[in-house]
Design a protein around this ligand. Structure first.
Ligand code: SF4
Length: 390
C-alpha cells in the first residue's frame, strides 16, 4: 500500500485577537486574503520544484504518497470567502494523488452562514472543528471572542442543515469568570447539541498573550483577576472526563473525545508520528525522520513564494534519541498508551527503567508491556511528561 499523508493548511487571519491567544495570527484587511491563498496554491503547485531547486530532498514519504486527510486551520479560515477555500481544495486535488477520507475546516460560530456552509460541503469538507469555547456569554465577552451563545445554536443548526455530519466542539476550561456551575452548564449545553467529537483545552496562560501579560503585571485588565485557580481548572477537566464518558464519548487523547469510530484521523497522524505536509505561513511538516516549518510571518511567506523561494524557516533532522523521546511523549498522550516492547525492538534500547519512578508514584498504569497514563492523573499529564523526560 502507498504511503498515506495528511495535508495541513494554515490560514493565519482572525477578526480580533482573543485575550488568551499566543498564536501567530494577524488581524488584517480582507483584501489580504486572496493574495495569501494564491501564495498557498503556488506552494502546493510548485513545492516539489522549490524543494529540488533548494537542494532539499523531499522525502519519498511525500513524493509517492496518497493524501487521505486535509485539515484547514488557523486563525479563522471560515472568515474567507468560500470560493477561496474551494480553490485551495481544487489545487490540492490537481497536484496530489488523493483518496480524501476526512477534510476538516476550523470554523468560528459568528462567521458561519448557510451560503458558506453549502459551498464548503460541495468542495468536499466533511468535518467542522467548531470554535465554541464556552456557553457563557460573560466568559466569551471577557476573552475577546466575537461570538455569543446564540451564534453557537444558530450556526450549529446551519451546519446540520447544510449536511455536516461530523462536528467537533472546542471548549476551554479555565476562562476568566468560569465557575463550577458555568462549566457544568457548558457541558450540559454541549451534550444537547450532540457533537460527534469534543476537544477540551485547559487554558494555558502564555506571557505572549494580552491576558498573560496582564497576569504577569498583576493587573486586572482582560478579567485577569477572575481567572480560576489551577486546581479549579484541573477540577473542570476531571468533571468533563466523567461527564463525556457518561455521554458515550471515548476519551482517546488527553484533550480529545469522540463517538465510537469518529476520532480525528488527521490529528491521530500527529500523535502516531505519521507523515504530514504543512502548507501556508507557520505550517509544520513531518516526514517520519525530519521536521520543518514555514516562515510564520504571512508577508515573509508570501514574498518568498512570489520570488520562487522555499518559505522554510526551520528544519531539523531528528536524531534517533529525539525520535524516541517523541515516541514516548506523543504515544502517552493517547489513552491506549504505548507498547514498550515494540519501541524497544524498533529503537534497540531498553526504556522500561524510565517508567519505574512514574509507576511507583502512581502516575502511570502498566499492563504487560503496555504503559498508559493513570486515568486519575490525566489532569497532571504535563508533570508526568516533565518527569519522564528527566
Ligand atoms: S480565533 Fe483562535 S487563532 Fe484567532 S485570535 Fe482567537 S484564539 Fe487566536
Amino acid at each position: 500500500m502507498k504511503n498515506r499523508v495528511g495535508i495541513y493548511i494554515q490560514v493565519p487571519f482572525c477578526q480580533t485577537k482573543c485575550t488568551y491567544c499566543n498564536f501567530h495570527t494577524g488581524v488584517v484587511s480582507s483584501g489580504r486574503f486572496a493574495p495569501y491563498i494564491d501564495a498557498v496554491c503556488g506552494e502546493i503547485a510548485t513545492h516539489r520544484t522549490l524543494y529540488a531547486g533548494s537542494g532539499v530532498t523531499l522525502p519519498e514519504t511525500f513524493t509517492a504518497a496518497v493524501v487521505d486527510t486535509v485539515y484547514i486551520g488557523g486563525g479563522t479560515p471560515s472568515l474567507l470567502d468560500p470560493s477561496l477555500l474551494q480553490k485551495l481544495l481544487d489545487t490540492i486535488r490537481a497536484h496530489f494523488v488523493t483518496d480524501l477520507k476526512e477534510m476538516t475546516l476550523e470554523a468560528d460560530p459568528e462567521t458561519i452562514t448557510a451560503e458558506k456552509a453549502s459551498v464548503w460541503i460541495r468542495a468536499g469538507i466533511n468535518r467542522i472543528s467548531f470554535g465554541v469555547q464556552s456557553f457563557s456569554d460573560r466568559e466569551l465577552a471577557a476573552s475577546g471572542r466575537m461570538h455569543r451563545t446564540a451564534d453557537v445554536y444558530r450556526s450549529c443548526a446551519t451546519l446540520r442543515d447544510a449536511g455536516v455530519a461530523n462536528i467537533s466542539f472546542d471548549l476551554i476550561a479555565g476562562l476568566p469568570h468560569q465557575t463550577r456551575e458555568t462549566w457544568q452548564s457548558s457541558l450540559d449545553e454541549l451534550a444537547k447539541l450532540a457533537p460527534e467529537h469534543v476537544s477540551i483545552y485547559v487554558l494555558e496562560i502564555d506571557e505572549g498573550s494580552h491576558l498573560g501579560g496582564e497576569v504577569l503585571r498583576g493587573g486586572s485588565r482582560y478579567s485577569a483577576k477572575r481567572l480560576p485557580t489551577e486546581d479549579e481548572m484541573a477540577g473542570f477537566y476531571e468533571t468533563a472526563c466523567l461527564f463525556l464518558q457518561n455521554a458515550g464519548y471515548r476519551h482517546y487523547e488527553i484533550s480529545n473525545w469522540a463517538k465510537p469510530g469518529l476520532e480525528s484521523q488527521h490529528n491521530l497522524k500527529y500523535w502516531r508520528r505519521e507523515p504530514y505536509l504543512g502548507l501556508g505561513a507557520g505550517a509544520h511538516s513531518f516526514s517520519g525522520t525530519e521536521r520543518w516549518a514555514n516562515a510564520h510571518d504571512a508577508a515573509v511567506y508570501v514574498n518568498a513564494l512570489q520570488a520562487d523561494r522555499l518559505p522554510i524557516e526551520h528544519y531539523e533532522l531528528l536524531t534517533r534519541n529525539g525520535a524516541l523521546e517523541e515516541e514516548l511523549f506523543l504515544g502517552l498522550r493517547q489513552l491506549d498508551g504505548i507498547d514498550l516492547r515494540s519501541i524497544e525492538i524498533e529503537y534497540g534500547v531498553a526504556v522500561d527503567s524510565r517508567f519505574e519512578r512514574l509507576d511507583a508514584a502512581g502516575l502511570i498504569e502498566r499492563q504487560g508491556s503496555i504503559v498508559r497514563l493513570a486515568p486519575n492523573k490525566l489532569s497532571v499529564s504535563n508533570e508526568v511528561f516533565v518527569e519522564l523526560m528527566k
